[in-house]
Structures are given as C-alpha cells and as structure tokens.
Design a protein around this ligand. Structure first.
Ligand SMILES: Cc1cc2nc3c(=O)[nH]c(=O)nc-3n(C[C@H](O)[C@H](O)[C@H](O)COP(=O)(O)OP(=O)(O)OC[C@H]3O[C@@H](n4cnc5c(N)ncnc54)[C@H](O)[C@@H]3O)c2cc1C
Length: 438
C-alpha cells in the first residue's frame, strides 16, 4: 500500500472522535465551498473501531453533574438523533437511580436539564421511585434508592455498527481512511507547528492541520508533542496541587449475560431504557454471600444477545502497556458475581443469572486526565487534540464542534475543556458519584 506524502488535514485515530471530526470537517469544507472530503486523511494503526470505541458498552446519557458536560452531551445527542439508522442508535432513554447521598446531584442535574430543554423527569422518595420503576418493570425490587432521573432522550448505540456508520459517511464525502498506518512521531517546526507525521509507512506532510484522537493511547501522543508528564493544577480554592500526573489509567469493568434479549422488556413489551443503579443497600449474591455493604453501582442495557453492562472501574497502578483490549475478558475476577448480584437485586427476572454470565472479550483500560475530564484543545499551533478522558463514545458531537473550530469558528461548548483550565483554576465541579466520569 502506498500512502499519500501529504494531506491538508491529517486525522490520527479512526475511533468515534477521529471519524466524527473527519466527517463533519468534510461536510463543512464542502458546504463552505473551501474544499471537500478529499482534503481529509484519517490514519489508524489498526482499523476503525479497534480502540475504545469498538468495545464501549455504548451508553448515551446526559446525566452529568458538570454544566459543561451536560450542555456538550445535549449537542451530542442531537447528532445521534440526526441519523439513528446510520449510527445504529437506540433512543430508549436512560434512568439513573441514586442513593440518598446522590440526591442533591440528581436534583441539580435535572434542574439544569429542564433549563436547557433536555427531556427528563425527576422522581424523589423511595416509595415514589419504587412505584415509577414497578410501572416499567413489575418485578423491580431494588432497595436503597431515593432518587430517579429518567431521561427521555439518550439510550445506547451498537459500538462497531456506529463506527462503521461513520466510516460510510466519511467515505461518501470522499474522506480517505487508511488502516495499518501507525504514527511513530510528530515533526514539529521551530514555531512548534506540526510539519508532518512519521508513520510506519513513511512520512505524511501536514498541509494545514493535524487532529489527534488516540483514545487510550493519549499519553504516547502527549510525549510526542513534548508535553510534560506532570502538571501543576490550580484549584478553585486558590491552592495549587503540584506535579500531578497528567495521565492515569482505570480498568473499565463490563460484561454480559446471554439470555433472550426480549426477557428484558418493559411491562408493555417495549424496549427498556438503559438503567444505572447506585445503591447503599447491602448487595448479596443469590447464594446469600455478602458482596458489599457500601455504596455500589451498576449499569445495564438490552443487547443483541442478552444484557450488557458494567460497574465502577478499578484504578490501575502505574502505566499500562499499549494493548488495552486483548481478545480476552479484561475484568476483575470478582466482577461477574458482583454485577450479576446487582442485576438480581434490581429485578426478580434476573435471579440466578450468574450461570448465564458470558466470559467474553469485555472491559478494558481507559486513559484519564488529571481531573478526569476531557481536554479538547489546540496543544500546538496547528495540532488539535481530542483527549476525552474516557467519557466519549457518547460524545459523537465533539467532532462536529472540532470541525468548526478547525475552520476558525469559536465553540462555547468546547471552551470549558481547554488545557488552560489547569493553570487558571477553572475546573469542573465534582459530584458525589462513585464513578470518575459523573
Ligand atoms: C470497556 C469500555 C466501555 C466503555 N463504555 C462507554 C459507554 O458506554 N459510553 C461512553 O460514552 N463511553 C464509553 N467508553 C469510553 C469510550 O469508549 C471512549 O471514550 C471513546 O470510544 C474514545 O474514542 P476515541 O475515538 O478517542 O478513541 P478510540 O476509539 O480508542 O480510537 C483511537 C484510535 O487511535 C488509533 N491509534 C492509537 N495510536 C495510534 C498511532 N500511534 N497511530 C495511528 N493510530 C493510532 C487506535 O488504533 C484507535 O483505533 C468505554 C470505554 C471502555 C474501555
């Protein structure tokens, strides 16, 4: 395979962000009459969807305590809703159920959703939450839940199918996508602008701009750009946390049970919303073994072959070697018991589901920034970086915003994610959730 020696726009990474950026950039170039998809080249060391985007559970939700995340997610849901067929998007909605400690966060999130026009309802109090859930699922039996945010937008998409939907859209605009081309270095000029990328297939000169969307391989590109491995973080209090590692890793815990997918339906036979359940009730397996009596959380959705979902991720000590998604299960040995116990805790229909747990390729590593929120910014004069801190399969609309920024527009949605926030103290508020991404 010969590769082009140059391209006006080079996008590294054919995951959800690289492909969405490439597609929307092609559309913008054409509609502004200043170019076309032929000016955009996407390169990937493996193939489209071989990174995090191809293994993600695919949950699309707005439930974020941070105003900037919530507003950005509203724009992303708009993109999912723009072409559900191509994106294999299932607009089934999303329900977040929380324990008393999370009530205030869910109320604040709901009130913001009301203000920005994101369709949702809030139910408070254990009895009312229980009644709401029983109307949907008569065998609902979860305890320790006092707040329910029912988002009537969002849902989930099938991971590889949506990636391939984006590939199709890119190709229809004339974008070239090259698999098996690994970036090994970035050639920076005296002005720090990228001149070219060095790849396993040779050098590709960057005519205008370079976009980096590397998913969990972010740290490697951080180093290629000559950025520091640790940074000082200026906190809103005025204190400074010195020498914080810019990148850390968490291991995402996800799995599935193989059951008839139609077993997981609403009372009227409809498609169920994605469910996210956090509870402080004791969690016990169907065999009576206590899993935990501290706050726990799981999420689950109907999948093609059963029910798929996950639980809180585990921290990973130190660095991760760069094969975050081997062809095996990537979860902690305790995860299947915990997750299946939680399904059974939620609904009687899942009692005994542990035997249906499938030991398949699932879960894997995500790279997180120092504050666990994305960095979407120019990190060199013509190098735009889409570093989503593992929030981002749902963030299909980020590429649309990035495309406009590449062409000189301002994005008020992306501005809160600029790298400068660590120096100015404009950090995102922190929620009471046990997850690093809520
Ligand atoms: C187990 C798991 C479950 C998740 N579930 C959800 C979920 O339900 N909802 C949600 O919103 N998010 C979820 N996420 C997070 C989400 O998957 C990621 O945030 C998102 O997919 C990242 O997209 P990306 O395009 O940045 O990266 P990726 O999809 O990882 O794509 C990066 C691409 O860059 C390529 N690449 C890397 N290095 C090089 C190089 N040197 N040269 C050339 N190419 C290179 C890779 O091959 C890869 O294809 C989950 C993540 C994991 C791991």
């Amino acid at each position: 395979m010969t590769i082009p020696s140059s391209s006006p726009y080079v996008v590294v990474g054919a995951g959800i962000h690289g492909l969405s950026t490439a597609y929307h950039l092609a559309v913008e170039l054409r509609s502004r009459g200043i170019g076309s998809g032929a000016d955009v080249l996407v390169i990937d060391k493996s193939s489209p969807g071989s990174g995090a985007s191809g293994i993600a559970c695919g949950v699309v939700r707005n439930n974020y305590f941070q105003p900037a995340m919530s507003e950005l997610m509203q724009a992303c849901v708009e993109v999912w809703e723009s072409d559900p067929e191509a994106y294999h998007y299932n607009a089934v909605g999303y329900i977040a159920l929380g324990a008393a400690v999370q009530e205030a966060d869910l109320v604040a999130t709901y009130e913001r959703q009301e203000r920005i026009g994101y369709r949702s309802e809030l139910i408070l109090g254990a009895a009312d939450v229980d009644a709401h859930m029983k109307r949907l699922f008569p065998d609902w039996r979860a305890q320790g839940v006092t707040a329910c945010l029912h988002e009537h937008q969002g849902g989930f998409a099938f991971n590889m199918a949506s990636v391939m939907g984006l590939v199709g859209k890119c190709e229809s605009e004339g974008v070239t996508i090259l698999s098996g081309v690994e970036v090994t270095d970035i050639e920076l000029g005296a002005d720090d602008a990228a001149r070219a990328v060095e790849t396993s297939r040779g050098r590709i000169a960057v005519g205008e701009q370079l976009v980096i969307a590397p998913g969990p391989w972010a740290k490697r590109f951080w180093a290629m750009l000559g950025l520091p491995p640790t940074i000082d973080v200026h906190l809103p209090s005025g204190d400074v946390a010195r020498d914080q590692p810019m990148w850390t890793y968490w291991n995402l815990q996800e799995g599935e049970i193989t059951v008839d997918p139609l077993e997981f339906a609403t009372a009227d036979g409809g498609a169920p919303p994605v469910i996210h359940l956090d509870s402080d009730a004791p969690l016990v397996t169907d065999d009576g073994v206590l899993v935990t009596d501290e706050l726990w959380g799981v999420y689950f959705k109907r999948d093609r072959h059963g029910v798929q979902g996950g639980a809180s991720p585990l921290t990973v000590d130190g660095d991760v070697e760069l094969d975050p998604y081997p062809q095996t299960t990537n979860v902690d040995p305790g995860f299947p018991d915990m997750w299946c116990a939680a399904l059974s805790h939620a609904m009687e229909r899942f009692e005994g589901c542990r035997v249906a747990y499938k030991d398949a390729r699932s879960g894997g590593v995500g790279a997180f920034t120092v504050d666990n929120f994305p960095v979407f910014d120019y990190l060199r004069p013509n190098v735009y970086c889409v570093l989503d801190s593992n929030h981002g399969y749902k963030m299909i609309g980020v590429g649309r915003e990035v495309a406009r920024v590449l062409l000189g527009d301002h994005s008020s949605l992306l501005r809160p994610f600029r790298f400068e926030r660590f120096a100015t103290g404009d950090l995102h508020p922190v929620s009471s959730s046990p997850y690093p991404w809520s």
